[in-house]
Write a protein that binds this ligand. Structure first.
Ligand code: ADP
Length: 411
């Protein structure tokens, strides 16, 4: 049988992240071949960075590139040389919003694309780019099936009591719900847990996905209970540039006393707040950790204090806690953030293993490690997330479930 490939796409405003996988026998895990990023779209200096599994990183300067379609042209050119014999059977897309009802990955049909466009007002900063990625991929790989995987889907299984706001029910019916995001990451962690810690897989675990966007989720025996993120990707923890939880009264004050309109408030809350806004130093945790500015240290203290607070709230919503998992850029790499969080949660039963916590990198079992002592009542783990592999698995599963292995039209 000739090779069949799965391409994964995670399309943002300025960056497209791709993964190329080879499908094995039906039911087998797809095997990763390449990780490719096209960065700085919309500037004169877009760049392609490609890393083959186990190989040397390759960089190509692309020049001015504005759209996903341009970037996919570059990707095709690159793959034509780097991956001869390429046969993309399915392109699997990360789509931030699947609305109230979409709970599982789906093959993209015209009606689905229309529905996804309808969710753009719910995720204006992400959804249009995800849709542009689907359209560009359909044009670039017309014979491949396009599959949409929703970041909200995992949380759709959470109990309704954690899905609502205390508003009249008509708002819930109109879609004002606690959707939660980073669902592909939580799904990946939940899928890894049985092999990592059977106790946590069967128990109540609070997962902290700490990247430039950050959220936390309580999971009970693999099922979602509650998330720190709600209607939008603004709620919950403070993030690189987003404010996290804020009293709605502040928004009323910004409108009524300061005369700010929706665009100005949106810019403030999405782009000028969080770690960057508080510190004045930057959004990147590495920059904050390296900075001698008191405001940078204070922003980190606020971040970790909020994580502890959210841990308590999520544990209470799950009726208890057996352990925690740290993941994504900060969760996987910042020993300082993990120390600050767990040393403040000793009372709950976490006993940090400082040597294990300080050890970094993705060595050993893909970077998976326990960072609490053997005697600790509760377990804490670092588990590197891999949303791309989740996309690849879902894409292939949808393709195989369709049975024919042939592409579908997106129109
Ligand atoms: P996203 O995918 O949401 O853009 P990532 O999961 O890549 O984000 O996480 C980005 C964050 O991880 C940044 O704040 C970055 O500073 C942080 N990070 C990456 N490596 C380290 C490190 N070694 N120490 C501390 N923070 C790190």
């Amino acid at each position: 049988m000739s090779a069949r490939h799965v391409l994964t796409i995670n399309a943002g405003s300025a960056t497209l992240k791709f993964g190329l996988y080879e499908a094995g026998r039906p039911g087998a895990e797809p095997a990763q071949g390449w990780r490719i990023t096209i960065d700085r779209l919309g500037t004169d200096a877009a760049e392609l960075v490609a890393t083959p599994v186990g190989g040397e990183r390759i960089r190509r300067t692309l020049g001015a590139r504005s759209h996903a379609a341009d970037a996919l042209g570059d990707l095709l050119d690159f793959l034509a040389q780097a991956a001869p014999g390429l046969a993309v059977a399915v392109v699997s897309h990360r789509v931030v919003h699947g609305g109230p009802d979409l709970r599982a990955p789906l093959a993209v049909e015209p009606a689905l694309l229309e529905a996804l466009r309808g969710f753009e007002p719910l995720a204006p900063l992400h959804q249009p780019h995800n849709i542009a990625g689907i359209e560009a991929a359909h044009a670039a790989f017309p014979d491949a099936m396009q599959v949409a995987c929703f970041d909200t889907a995992f949380h759709r299984g959470q109990p309704k009591v954690n899905d609502v706001y205390a508003l009249p029910p008509s708002f819930y019916d109109e879609g004002v719900r606690r959707y939660g995001f980073h669902g592909l990451s939580y799904e990946y962690i939940a899928a890894r847990l049985p092999a990592v810690s059977p106790r946590l897989a069967a128990g109540r675990v609070v997962v902290a996905h700490l990247g430039s966007g950050a959220s936390m989720c309580a999971i009970d025996a693999g099922r979602p209970v509650s998330s720190s993120m709600g209607f939008s990707a603004l709620d919950g923890l403070p993030m690189g540039t987003r404010c996290g939880q804020i009293d709605p009264g502040v928004l009323l004050w910004l409108m009524q006393a300061r005369g700010l309109d929706a665009d100005a408030i949106s810019r403030l809350l999405y782009h000028r707040s969080g770690l960057a806004g508080m510190s004045g130093v930057g959004a990147d945790m590495r920059t904050l950790e390296a900075s001698g500015e008191p405001a940078a240290a204070f922003a980190i203290e606020h971040f970790t204090t909020r994580i502890r607070r959210e841990t308590g709230a999520l544990a209470a919503s799950a009726g208890g806690i057996d352990g925690m998992v740290f993941t994504a850029g900060i969760g996987e790499n910042s020993a300082r953030v993990r120390t600050d969080v767990l040393s403040g949660l000793r009372w709950l039963g976490f006993e940090l293993d400082e040597a294990a916590n300080a050890g970094g990198g993705r060595n050993g079992d893909g970077g998976i490690r326990r960072i609490t002592t053997d005697g600790s009542a509760l377990e804490a783990w670092v588990i590197p997330t891999d949303e791309e592999s989740m996309l690849a698995r879902h894409g292939l599963a949808v393709l195989e479930a369709a049975g024919d292995g042939n592409g579908r039209r997106v129109e």
